[in-house]
Design a protein around this ligand. Structure first.
Ligand SMILES: Nc1nc2c(c(=O)[nH]1)N[C@H]1C(S)=C(S)[C@@H](COP(=O)(O)O)O[C@H]1N2
Ligand SMILES: [Mo]
Length: 374
């Protein structure tokens, strides 16, 4: 690699692009985390229905775009990782401290970055070759990464500012521009690789891009034109879901048990809503079922109550809480039908939750019990 490519300026450009991508991933990741584990103060609107599709699509797409940028940035700066002295001399303690902090933050930064990008990528490919629980670890390391980025940018700020100011000077310092690819060519190639990565997987989150998305792990397979996250067989819900003794229990000020026929006899509503999976894919469908707020009203719940949905299944995604804002929304349904036919067993037969602007993981399938909270 030529001197031009090792320049601070290229490192600063790539660093800026990466800083933007990481910040966007951090914020959209926090939103996804709060949606799944809402703190008291957290509010998320029920409209527009595609809001979570957008934030999560941006999260996954920026993460993927960051992969080629990270590789390029490492290629540009890696000789510095081996530069000596490691920290410096005690005779200049302030400089040594700064250098020590810089190097430590870079070590943490690189490790956390590689960890976040690789686990995120494997997660959207739905391949889990590890033993830890993905979401908790990905979330915890995100804070480590954010801290390392803040320290790194703080330490490097003088260099970054200087790099942006020194355009012409840096150009002149390149003694032999023919010795290899130019800085601009490398930067262009990096951005092109990032754009390609974006298009290659972005289509699973943004349907108009879908035909171009040759790497999108999930886009349209599954019965009733909708991918399946977890099958009925895997969740072992078949007997309970198909039993003629199935009852939906509504538990609130009044407790009501409904058979499937009784559910079908209630007023039905049809809406277009997406399943927007945290793993990045989104698929819109037409859902028909009973409005959640009508079910809440049957139990005598007051306006402003949240509901807890529990599945026949036992497992990590068997229970979800629907906040009051979404209970009130006209489009939140306990769905009985999907794309014009009875809900497939794999999509949650006899009934499943579908609510607007929510992560797919909270759209509980095979619902057996709805409880009024507070
Ligand atoms: N009971 C139960 N409900 C569940 C899940 C699950 O594993 N068990 N997976 C969730 C996830 S992660 C998603 S993305 C959606 C997918 O719904 P689908 O399989 O009908 O497409 O269902 C959600 N509901
Ligand atoms: Mo999901």
């Amino acid at each position: 690699m030529t001197a031009a490519l090792r320049s601070t300026r290229l490192a600063a450009y790539l660093g800026t692009a990466l800083g933007v991508a990481v910040s966007v991933c951090f914020v959209t990741g926090l939103l996804s985390h709060w949606l799944q584990h809402p703190p008291e103060w957290f509010f998320w609107p029920a409209r527009p229905a595609w809001l979570f599709q957008l934030t999560q699509g941006v999260h996954v797409t920026c993460g993927v775009a960051a992969i080629p940028l990270t590789l390029l940035k490492l290629a540009v700066v890696y000789p510095k990782l081996f530069s000596r002295p490691v920290i410096g001399s005690w005779r200049a303690p302030v400089a040594a401290l700064r250098r020590g902090l810089e190097r430590a933050s870079i070590a943490v930064l690189v490790i956390a970055m590689v960890f976040e990008l690789s686990t995120g990528l494997l997660n959207i490919a739905q391949w889990y070759p590890w033993r830890f629980f993905f979401t908790t670890t990905h979330y915890a390391v995100a804070w480590v990464l954010a801290g390392a980025v803040v320290v790194h940018v703080g330490v490097k700020l003088p260099d970054i500012i200087a790099a942006y100011r020194r355009e012409s000077a840096a150009r002149q310092s390149v003694s032999n521009p023919d010795a290899g690819p130019s800085r601009r060519a490398v930067l262009g190639a990096g951005l092109a690789a990032a754009a390609l990565a974006t298009v290659a997987v972005g289509g699973q989150s943004f349907p108009p891009l879908r035909k171009l998305s040759f790497l999108a792990p999930r886009s349209g397979d599954g019965p009733q034109d909708l991918p399946i996250n977890r099958t009925a067989a895997a969740a072992r819900v078949g007997p309970g879901a198909l039993s003629p003794d199935f009852r939906l229990s509504l538990v609130g000020p009044r407790t009501v048990d409904l058979t499937l026929d009784e559910l079908r006899a209630l007023p039905q509503r049809t809406v277009r809503l997406p399943i927007a999976c945290v793993e990045g894919w989104t698929r819109w469908a037409t859902w028909t079922g009973v409005r959640v707020k009508d079910l809440a009203a049957l139990t005598g719940a007051t306006d402003g109550a949240a509901l807890r949905f529990s599945s026949i299944e036992v497992g990590p995604y068997a229970v979800s809480t629907l906040p009051a804002e979404h209970v009130r929304a006209d489009d939140s349904l306990l769905a009985l039908r999907l794309n014009g036919a009875v809900l497939d067993l794999d999509h949650g037969f006899p009934c499943r939750l579908i609510a607007p602007s929510r992560p797919g993981v909270t759209q509980t399938k095979w619902v057996r019990r709805i409880e009024v909270l507070s």
